[in-house]
Design a protein around this ligand. Structure first.
Ligand code: PBG
Length: 330
C-alpha cells in the first residue's frame, strides 16, 4: 500500500491526531448547518405547543409556535424544514390532507410570508396523519391499502401543498408509482418547478414509534410492512431509487439513517442525485433517553450520529436534532 512504511514501530496513524487543530485540518467530513433539515409537527386547533413525551424537546406546534420555531431556525441558518400536519378531524380518505384550509396548507401560507425564500418549506405527502385508520393510503373493502387510489390522492395533496407555497414535495407513503403520479399532478397544475424529494428507501422500521405519538398516526390495525421496505434488504434499495428517479424524483431519501448507513453508502456510489437521510424519531428518542439517565453524553452522541451520516455519503439530514446541532455549530 503506498505511503505505508514497512518498518516498525510506525507512528504514522497517531501523528496527525495529536491535537484538535490537526484533527480539524485533516477531517474528511464535517457537519454544517447547511446539512440540516428540521422536521416539525403542526396541529390543528391548539393555541399553545404540546410536548411529545417520547421525543423530549419536540412539540406539536400551534400555528403561532410553529412560526416562532421556524424564525429561530432561519436565524440559525438552517436551510429547510419538513412539515407534518395533525388534523382536528380524520376520515377514511384523509380529506384534511389536501383541503385548501387543511392544517399544512394554513401553516405553509403563514410561514411563506415569514421566511420568504430564505428557507425551503418541504412537505410530507402522505395520508397516515389524516386517515382515521392510520394507514398511508386509501383502503379497499377488505382492509388492504389500494395502491392506485392512494397515488391519486398523493397527487392531489401535492397540488394543494404547492398551491399553498411548498417548495419541495416529499412523498413518504412507499406506494408504487407515487412519484410519477405526483409529478404528473404537479406539472398539470402549473407547478413544474416544484421538485420531489422521494422517500425512496424507506424501511418498515420499529424506530418510527415516537413519530407515531407525535403525528398521532399509529395504524389502527396491522402494520406498514406491505408497502415499506423489509429491513434485511439492501440491494432492493437500488431498485427503489432507480424507479423513483425514472418516475421523476429530483432527490432521494434513505430512512432511518444510523441503522441503514450501508444503504446510504451503496446508493452514494451508484447515483449522482442528492441523497437525504432521515435520522428518525426512534434514533432521536434513544439518544435523549440514554442521556437523561446519564448513560451517554447526549450532545456528543448526537454529533457523532450526524457526522456518521455525512461520512456514509448523505448530502443532507432530516433530524429532530437540527436546532440543537445548529446552535452548537454557530
Ligand atoms: C409517514 C411518515 C412516518 C415517518 C415520516 N413520515 C411514519 C411511518 O412511516 O410510520 C416517521 C419519521 C420518524 O420516525 O421520525 N407519513
Amino acid at each position: 500500500m503506498s505511503g505505508v512504511s514497512a518498518g516498525f514501530p510506525d507512528r504514522r496513524m497517531r501523528r496527525m491526531r495529536a491535537n484538535a487543530a490537526f484533527r480539524r485540518l485533516v477531517a474528511e467530513h464535517r457537519l454544517s448547518v447547511d446539512d440540516l433539515v428540521a422536521p416539525l409537527f403542526v396541529k390543528e386547533g391548539i393555541d399553545s405547543p404540546e410536548p411529545v413525551v417520547s421525543m423530549p424537546g419536540v412539540a406539536q406546534h400551534s400555528i403561532e409556535s410553529l412560526r416562532q420555531e421556524v424564525r429561530i431556525l432561519a436565524g440559525l441558518g438552517v436551510p429547510a424544514v419538513m412539515l407534518f400536519g395533525i388534523p382536528a378531524a380524520k376520515d377514511g380518505r384523509g380529506s384534511g390532507a389536501d383541503a385548501a384550509d387543511g392544517i399544512v396548507q394554513v401553516a405553509l401560507r403563514a410561514l411563506r410570508d415569514d421566511v420568504g425564500d430564505s428557507m425551503l418549506l418541504i412537505t410530507d405527502d402522505c395520508l397516515d396523519e389524516f386517515t382515521d385508520h392510520g394507514h398511508c393510503g386509501i383502503l379497499t373493502a377488505d382492509g388492504r391499502v389500494d395502491n392506485d387510489a392512494t397515488i391519486d390522492r398523493y397527487g392531489a395533496i401535492a397540488v394543494a401543498q404547492a398551491d399553498a407555497g411548498a417548495d419541495v414535495i416529499a412523498p413518504s407513503g412507499m406506494m408504487d408509482g407515487q412519484v410519477r403520479a405526483i409529478r404528473a399532478a404537479l406539472d398539470g397544475a402549473g407547478h413544474a418547478e416544484v421538485p420531489i424529494l422521494a422517500y425512496a428507501a424507506k424501511y418498515a422500521s420499529a424506530l418510527y414509534g415516537p413519530f407515531r405519538d407525535a403525528a398521532e398516526c399509529a395504524p389502527a390495525f396491522g402494520d406498514r410492512r406491505s408497502y415499506q421496505m423489509d429491513p434485511p434488504n439492501g440491494r432492493e434499495a437500488f431498485a427503489e431509487v432507480a424507479l423513483d428517479l425514472h418516475e421523476g424524483a429530483d432527490m432521494v431519501m434513505v430512512k432511518p439513517a444510523i441503522a441503514y448507513l450501508d444503504v446510504i453508502a451503496r446508493l452514494r456510489d451508484r447515483f449522482e442525485v442528492p441523497i437525504a437521510a432521515y435520522h428518525v424519531s426512534g434514533e432521536y428518542a434513544m439518544i435523549k433517553a440514554a442521556a437523561a439517565n446519564d448513560w451517554i453524553d447526549g450532545t456528543a452522541v448526537a454529533l457523532e450520529h450526524l457526522v456518521a451520516i455525512k461520512r456514509a455519503g448523505a448530502d443532507f439530514i432530516l433530524t429532530y436534532l437540527a436546532r440543537e446541532a445548529a446552535e452548537l455549530l454557530q
